[in-house]
Design a protein around this ligand. Structure first.
Ligand code: NAP
Length: 270
């Protein structure tokens, strides 16, 4: 797909991977629609996008009515989106026993319902227009590897990968590609801004935040997303760690079980 002047929607674009993705598509000449819950970050992004900004708007992706109105606003300017990147996400770290139902609601509201909303409100117009397009959903290495002590996050990211793989079959006849992006550890705010539950995880938060600072820059994921729109892979791991996990899942899934058991022995709350 030639990305010049294409309409690209990016959710959670105020920070990290979403921000880098919005800027990467702008650099390709696309017209960017960006949303986030943080207005100050959106103001900075809007200035950076310059004339590539089509619409930059505060939106909580878990809010169904607000998302409908946001999509209506986009469709009043453009007949359909060419690319939708469902990126907004939050993190909850902690065992299943330590995770409250309120934290489940918050996490699934953003990480899963937010993705469903992005698909629900943008895909029908893409299909009706009949000119193809691409949907990119951000899963994770934890959408492939069921690590213990992050149960809710793993559940949301497996769901996003599953939704994407199924949707891909349905949209293929419409020439709409679907890719699940599965990054490994990326240096963003997600852990610092996330919630840790239980005393063990809460005590470890500073260490985890520091570890994420050593992750890949978000621009690497943005680059993989732009490439995915051109090459349409079903699943695209990003980073050495993610490639190793994806390869193990294909050729030696029992090794992943052993790895999960090792993580549990080392970090398991008990
Ligand atoms: P990030 O730096 O925290 O960026 C996420 C952005 O989404 C933030 O600006 C955040 O705003 C926004 N957001 C949160 N809740 C929202 C909502 N309800 N509606 C709209 N926007 C919302 O984190 P990131 O690492 O770039 O995360 C982007 C995606 O990559 C997520 O889906 C994440 O799960 C996934 N991912 C990240 C990694 C990693 O290592 N970083 C690895 C694999 C997958 P606030 O900060 O104001 O909440």
């Amino acid at each position: 797909m030639n990305l010049k002047d294409r309409v690209v929607v990016v959710t959670g674009a105020g920070s990290g991977i979403g921000r880098a993705t919005a800027l990467a598509f702008a650099a390709e000449g696309s017209r960017v629609v960006a949303c986030d819950v943080d207005q100050a970050r959106l103001d900075t992004l809007a200035a950076e996008l310059g004339d590539r900004k089509l619409l930059v708007k505060k939106l909580d992706v878990s809010d169904r009515l607000a998302f409908r109105l946001f999509a209506d606003e986009v469709h009043a300017i453009a007949p359909a989106a060419d690319v939708v990147v469902n990126n907004a996400g939050v993190a909850v770290g902690g065992t299943f026993l330590d995770t409250s139902l309120e934290d489940w609601d918050w996490l699934l509201g953003v990480n899963l319902r937010g993705v469903v909303h992005g698909c629900h409100f943008f895909i029908p117009k893409m299909v009706a227009r009949g000119a193809g397009g691409h949907v990119v959903n951000i899963s994770s290495i934890l959408g492939i590897f069921p690590a213990p002590n992050v149960t809710a996050y793993v559940a949301s990211k497996f769901a996003v990968r599953g939704l994407s793989l199924s949707l891909r079959q349905e949209l293929a006849p419409h020439k709409i590609g679907v890719t699940a992006i599965c990054p490994g550890m990326i240096a963003t705010q997600i852990v610092a801004d996330g919630r840790m539950t239980g005393t063990q995880m809460t005590a470890r938060k500073t260490k985890v935040v520091d570890a994420f600072k050593r992750g890949l820059p978000p621009a690497k994921v943005a680059q993989a997303i732009v490439e995915a729109v051109r090459t349409n892979p079903a699943v695209r791991p990003v980073g050495y760690d993610a490639h190793v996990i994806a390869a193990l899942q294909r050729v030696a899934p029992r090794t992943l079980n052993a790895l999960a058991a090792q993580v549990q022995r080392r970090f398991g709350a008990g």
